[in-house]
Design a protein around this ligand. Structure first.
Ligand code: ADP
Ligand code: MG
Length: 694
């Protein structure tokens, strides 16, 4: 791996970003693009042609021969179809061409992408439309054009469109509040996101020997290694050479694509690592996170490693998540979750805080559902990741302020009712003193909220759509009240006090891993959706449908389509895991255990012939045989239960959660026992020691 000597020089060098555009576009074309970004005005064809031409020239100079409309179907990963720039000009010759039309609109053959029934009712085709707010880039010999993906009648079939819609909504409603506080400058409020990404790296040759890892991304079997993460010697430990050369390579590729890769370190579990970029607008952050996941995987192959993004590749050690840091800021650079310095700024901060708390409390289920997946079910609530219960951590200082405001209204201790909102200055809230509560799903960390429930393999789009939309909803309601108030300060005081009082139950500063928290949460009336199967019905509640349709984030059909896809995906994932388990049991585990038992029996015959004792062999054979029989029974039961799965998808999700996963766990117990009893040379796949301590 060569040294990277010129980071500023390579940073963004493969991106057709603002500076490339400024350099390459005619001034009037550049201005038209700028205007389109700032005001949302559509680009006319001559402008699109100008941009396409410049983009193509730039990309071909970088070695691109193809272009692709890059989109994010509802599978949660990205999709692309490549067309070359060639165009015949007679004489058997070609030119490299790319028109504004080709830039702006595409029509991939999309019949194989999940549509949740959306396309069936309308038209089979899907269309892609350029998202001019996210920069095009060159990768692997193609010009990548970020696009939205939708049906003939305009239904969103992707994860980008609703995110863009939610960003517009939260901006619009936030500006109404800002205007009330005398801000006349802000034209746009931007949802900003920094997503920390966890991942595992294991050697490629070992990975290749495990069918479960290859087919499902996680180990379905594996006795615990003698050592796990108990010594905590991996967290922030020295990064080994092979991994650090991978990380260096990864950084270089990400920087070339203009991704602000900032922090890298070892995580808690052995072979687990983390990478965090500097935050940017939610749309770009989401595109970048998709690229990060893809490049993490591709880059690993070059280093003879495999990058596992599954939420729980190994049982018994921590799984992987994504910390989604989210905030709102103005286009003039002000963070709206920064407590200010003056009473006015403090008051505005408290309004945004109140709206956030109210939104999270009222739409706990919605937020929770955005992180529901078969993989993430292994983490949430398992004392290694936040609980499945949504709550907000504010820290002592901010919590104290909220309490004093609440108590002030109740006049419990009039002399202590410190805060007159809009008049008094907030006691200072020291930054970063309180963010060490890692057990909270949603923590205030000084000037942003860190949503820690997202799974490592998931798109961050869904969670940010939810955060933006609930915030838009509550800010909108607040604006309705405050815009019509006769006495603004009095109305403000009342609104903030009442909101804090009503939604205080969502604030929890204690230990989210504690066994008393679920009980306490139940008393508070907070919901505890402990699995994907229990989440999905809640996702399409009337309340959520009203929320998303009111703000134009989804039509009801679009929303229900997503519900359908999540259900189907959940069932498919668990089914593939179950079938893989059966395959491994029948073709690898049972034969290995049997072969070893036979060897032991042969040994017993030979040893007894010379009068030697065989206590150990007898005992081992007995244990092996018992576990082998038990595993056989478990496997037969799993197969029979798979055949009896209900047709109806909603019923099936519950069935797979309750019956199939339980069968798999029972089988695993016996298989792992067999592994611990069997001579290693007989064992058909690498063990946890091999994988985690290579
Ligand atoms: P840690 O959470 O590990 O203490 P930091 O708080 O410094 O680390 O940052 C974590 C992530 O949060 C980074 O991706 C960072 O860019 C992002 N971040 C920082 N400030 C904001 C903000 N205002 N809005 C959104 N993300 C932010
Ligand atoms: Mg963090």
């Amino acid at each position: 791996m060569s040294e990277i000597t010129n980071v500023p020089g390579i940073f963004g060098s493969d991106v057709f970003n603002e500076s490339a555009m400024k350099q390459r576009l005619a001034p009037e074309t550049y201005c038209a693009w700028k205007k389109c970004i700032e005001t949302g005005t559509p680009l006319d064809l001559p402008v699109a042609n100008g941009i396409a031409q410049a983009m193509k020239n730039w990309a071909t100079e970088k070695g691109a021969t193809h272009y692709t409309h890059w989109f994010q179907p509802m599978t949660g990963i990205t999709a692309e179809k490549h067309d070359s720039f060639i165009s015949p000009v007679g004489d058997g010759k070609v030119l490299m061409e790319f028109s504004g039309k080709e830039l702006v609109r595409g029509e991939p053959d999309a019949s194989s992408f999940p549509s949740g029934g959306l396309r069936a009712t309308f038209e089979a085709r899907g269309y892609t439309a350029w998202d001019p707010t996210s920069f095009a880039f060159v990768k692997d010999g193609s010009l990548y054009i970020p696009t939205c993906f939708f049906s003939y009648t305009g239904e969103a079939l992707d994860k980008k469109t609703p995110l863009l819609r939610s960003m517009d909504e939260v901006s619009r409603e936030a500006i109404r509040i800002l205007r009330l506080f005398g801000d006349t400058e802000t034209k746009r409020v931007v949802a900003s996101v920094g997503a920390e990404q966890e991942y595992f790296l294991i050697p490629r040759d070992l990975y290749a020997q495990r069918e479960d890892l290859r087919l499902t991304g996680r180990t379905l079997f594996g006795a615990p290694a003698p050592k796990g993460q108990e010594l905590e010697d991996h967290y922030f430990g020295t990064i080994r050479t092979r991994v650090s050369s991978y990380m260096k390579d990864l950084d270089e590729q990400l920087w070339r694509l203009g991704i602000l890769s900032k922090t890298k370190h070892n995580e808690v579990a052995p072979t687990q690592h983390e990478m965090a970029p500097i935050y940017t607008d939610a749309n770009t952050a989401c595109d970048h996170n998709q690229l990060i996941m893809e490049i993490m995987k591709k880059c690993a192959a070059k280093h003879n490693l495999v990058c596992l993004l599954h939420e729980k590749p190994f049982s018994g050690v921590n799984g992987s998540g994504k910390h989604n840091n989210w905030s709102l800021s103005t286009d003039t650079g002000k963070n709206l979750f920064s407590p200010g310095k003056t009473p006015r700024q403090n008051a505005q901060f408290l309004v945004f805080l109140a709206a956030f708390l109210k939104g999270v409390d009222e739409y706990q289920d919605f937020l929770r559902c955005t992180v529901a997946s078969a993989g993430n079910d292994h983490r949430l609530g398992a004392n290694e990741a936040p609980p499945a219960i949504v709550s907000v951590f504010l820290g002592d200082e901010l919590n104290g302020i909220v309490e004093s405001i609440i108590n002030g209204t109740n006049y419990i201790e009039p002399e202590k009712s410190l805060m007159r909102i809009g008049v008094d200055v907030l006691p200072s809230i020291p930054k970063d003193t309180t963010d060490r509560n890692r057990t909270s799903p949603l923590a205030f960390t000084g000037n942003k909220f860190e949503f820690r429930m997202v799974g490592s393999a998931q798109s961050i789009s869904g969670s940010n759509v939810a955060l933006n939309t609930i915030m838009a909803e509550e800010l909108g309601k607040f604006a309705d009240i405050l815009e019509n108030a006769k006495d603004f300060d009095a109305a403000l005081q009342k609104l903030v006090c009442e909101t804090f009082t009503e939604h205080q139950r969502i604030i929890f500063n204690g230990n989210g891993y504690g066994s008393d928290w679920p009980k306490e949460a139940e008393k508070r009336g907070l919901s505890n959706l402990d699995s994907t199967a229990s989440c999905l019905p809640a996702y399409v509640s009337q309340k959520n449908i009203e929320l998303v349709t009111k703000h134009g984030i989804f039509t009801e059909a679009e929303f229900r389509a997503r519900h359908e896809i999540y259900l189907e995906t959940y069932i498919k994932v668990v089914k593939i895991e179950a079938l893989t388990a059966v395959d491994m049991i029948r073709h690898q585990i049972l034969p290995a255990a049997s072969a070893y038992a036979t060897t032991l029996c042969d040994a017993i015959v030979s040893k007894e012939a010379v009068g030697a004792t065989c206590k150990a062999e007898h005992a081992l054979v007995t244990k092996l045989s018992a576990a082998t029989d038990a595993l056989y029974d478990c496997c037969e039961k799993l197969v029979a239960d798979l055949e009896n799965a209900p047709e109806d998808v909603a019923e099936a999700a519950t069935y797979y959660h309750e019956i199939i996963l339980a069968d798999m766990a029972a089988a695993r117990k016996e298989a792992d026992l067999l592994e611990s009893l069997t001579d290693k040379s007989y064992w058909p796949y690498p063990t946890y020691s091999d994988l985690l301590f290579y």
